[in-house]
Write a protein that binds this ligand. Structure first.
Ligand code: PMP
Length: 406
């Protein structure tokens, strides 16, 4: 195994610490990633060198900040292989981006009796906004069930598509099980039905190369903080035709072309959905994070993390009464498990005392956890700086926990 993680972890200052006197083993990357120094420095650079409100300024600093924000949009467009930067809207994160689409697309295109399809895998943020839309419009939420191995039941999906289906909204990668969904096929089938697709890329964007022109997704959303960028910044990619056809999300500065008390006309893309002062420090730092990832190469990261995840899965099987949840053909980023009948919280708390950060609980995917008939899971999730030593230290700690609990 090439130790990419060993080479890179020095770039992440936070990882150098100890917790309860033990070296930190950070395996909660699906919740949020740590930041490389270049991203932290970029935030400092904005605030020490050219902080000024963007777009409306005639003065030098405002122009520098505006240029940097718009360059960041270009970097995101290139990273995702979007057609143009006007298809990139900055949001607060995945959650806000999905709410934006559910509200604005829903307002224009969803009516009583129409149907929205999500999957059993979804994070609450890809369920609740659609549920709220369904309540508002008297539409119906349909759910793609899972096969016993945790993959989507594609036959059932095919049967759910019909002339009332107005949107298919699915995760690229499950944040609980790490299952990689066949989004190419999902999109092809939806399009054959005349239905647009929103892909929740929160758990894929840092791990899998995304080419939106090849994928032909109508909407793709992600959060910066899951790809080594700061919190509070995220992205909505939308095909220009859809975005142009949707009413605006929030009203305010920047999203307008002209305002009178009688009538307001709206700005063109990409500003139409960016009301108010955007998080330009965040967008500029996000672009820095994407450059960091690009310099390593997303394919190389994917290959490295894949080997590490397989190694982790093999080593987990050494632990007595280990129950690894789901056995999909493709897994990325995360593994969920249970230790016998032990509550996930107890396992997570004991691991924490041994310096290992994992996440336990329902992972904001209660319907999936209910479907699995369990109280929650223990989840480990990887990043490009995770090392084989991290996995070995985690397994050693888990063995100790097993000795204590079982
Ligand atoms: N979708 C998925 C699949 C996620 O993993 C997450 C974050 N756990 C979200 C959506 C929500 O992301 P955020 O809280 O950054 O908006």
């Amino acid at each position: 195994m090439t130790e990419l993680g060993e080479q890179l972890r020095g770039d992440f200052p936070l990882l150098k610490q100890t917790v309860y006197g033990k070296p930190l083993v950070y395996l909660d990357n699906a919740a949020t990633t740590q930041k490389p120094l270049s991203v932290i420095n970029k935030l400092t650079e904005v605030y020490t060198s050219y902080n000024a409100n963007i777009h409306r300024g005639v003065h030098h600093l405002s122009q520098v900040a505006t240029q940097a924000h718009e360059d960041a949009r270009k970097t995101v467009a290139q990273f995702l292989h979007a057609r143009s930067e006007e298809e990139i809207t900055f949001t607060r994160g995945t959650t806000e981006a999905i709410n934006l689409v559910a509200q604005c697309y829903g307002e224009r295109f969803v009516n009583e009796g129409d149907e929205i399809i999500v999957s059993t895998h979804e994070h609450h943020s890809n369920i609740v906004p659609w549920q709220m839309l369904c309540l508002r419009k008297k539409a119906v939420l349909r759910v793609i069930p899972l096969l016993p191995n945790g993959e989507l039941d594609m036959q059932a999906y095919s049967a759910l598509l019909n002339e009332r289906t107005r949107m298919v909204a699915v995760a690229h990668v499950s944040n609980v099980l790490g299952v990689v969904n066949p989004i190419e096929q999902i999109i092809r089938m939806a399009h054959a039905n005349g239905t647009p697709v929103l892909i929740d890329g929160a758990q894929s964007v840092a791990h899998i190369s995304v080419n939106l022109q090849a994928l032909d997704a109508d909407f793709f959303v992600f959060s910066g903080h899951k790809i080594y960028a700061p919190t509070g910044i995220g992205v909505l990619y939308g095909k220009a035709d859809w975005l142009n056809a949707m009413p605006p999300y929030q009203g305010g500065g920047e999203m307008i072309a002209n305002v009178t008390f009688e009538k307001t006309t709206y700005n063109q893309l990409p500003y139409k959905f960016e009301a108010g002062t955007p998080d330009y420090a965040g967008s500029i730092a996000l672009a820095e994070a994407l450059r960091y990832v690009q310099a390593i190469g997303i394919e190389r990261i994917a290959e490295y993390e894949h080997q590490l995840l397989q190694y982790a899965e093999e080593r987990l099987r050494e632990i007595p009464q280990m129950r690894i949840l789901a056995a999909p053909a493709h897994r990325s980023g995360a593994i969920s498990f249970l230790l016998g009948t032990q509550h996930p919280y107890d396992v997570g708390m004991l691991l924490d005392k041994l310096g290992v950060a994992v996440r336990t609980g329902h992972h904001c995917a209660q319907p999936l956890i209910d479907h699995l008939g369990i109280p929650g899971t223990v989840r480990i999730s990887l990043a490009l700086y995770t090392t084989k030593q991290d996995i070995d230290a985690f397994i050693k700690a888990l063995q100790q926990v097993a000795d204590m609990l079982l």
